[in-house]
Design a binder for this molecule. Sequence first.
Ligand SMILES: [Zn+2]
Length: 335
Amino acid sequence: MKILSKSLAWQKNYDLTGKKFGKLKVINFLYFKKPHKKSPKRRSHFLCKCDCGGKIIVDSNRLSSGHTKSCGCIVKRKYKIDEKYFEKINREDKAYFFGLILTDGSIQTKKDIRIVLSLDKKDKEILMAFKRYLKSEKPLEFVKRKERYYGRVKIAASEVYRVTISVRKMVYDIVKLGLKDRKTKNVIYPNNKIIPHKLMRHFIRGVYDGDGTAHKGVYNGSTTRTLQFTSGSINFLRGFQNYLKKFKIKNTKITYYSRKIPATGSISKYATLQINPAIKKKLGNKQSKKSGRFISRPKKETALNQKNFVNLIYKNCNKDLYLKRKRKILENLIS
Ligand SMILES: [Zn+2]
């Protein structure tokens, strides 16, 4: 009984559960602990949730005194930025940049909380556009890397420009949209709650600029046209393949690969999605003995899906929201 009454008294006088301090709402009591070794008394520590979505453990003194008012997201910023940018994908530019970040960017949600998008220096223009849409005053970072080795794998020297966003709220917002730490393996294709159907084609353009490759060549005297996406996330590609059907882009194929990384000995799995997988001409219109399907398809249909794709992603799009060199590659592909 003694314990109970003590606990009731504590609850009455010291329990801060449900109270609000600045942007922090106290969720529940966690434990008693000395804030640091030399402090004479133990203090009660509470789990708090911040308005921005972040969580933090704070002791009673720091809450009551007003010392701690947020999860750390209230800081005087050196540079201004539109903090609400990733709250909702409701504009062409947001859909496009989300696609680009999802495929080519990275985020860190532990230690150094941030979103990073680095692109080769020849694609500087699109990062400048990103900065404009973000209303960011922060200059682009320029990073020069020497040729280096990852185990036995040579990584070529590079010169990149980089946008780094270290606003916690923006990082948490983009996590809510489906981007995760070490995203490549876990990322899934966004649904229409995340990206409305009418903006999806701009997202896909971002995915192409990030992860897409196209190549026109000659094989056995006939023109070959390859358009493909490579990803470490098989689920992402499957979702992408399904969504393309909504735009009447069919004849796509996913191929699975695994590769041993020499440096670590671990196996890396990845896959490619091809729009109109390559057909070798000499097969003609033969039927497969196994499946009974025609091995090759009529040429017109082959080109049509790729043309539809190019039309889809560039039709009436904003002229500062695509990589010009990659658009040229696609236009050459279907010509
Ligand atoms: Zn916060």
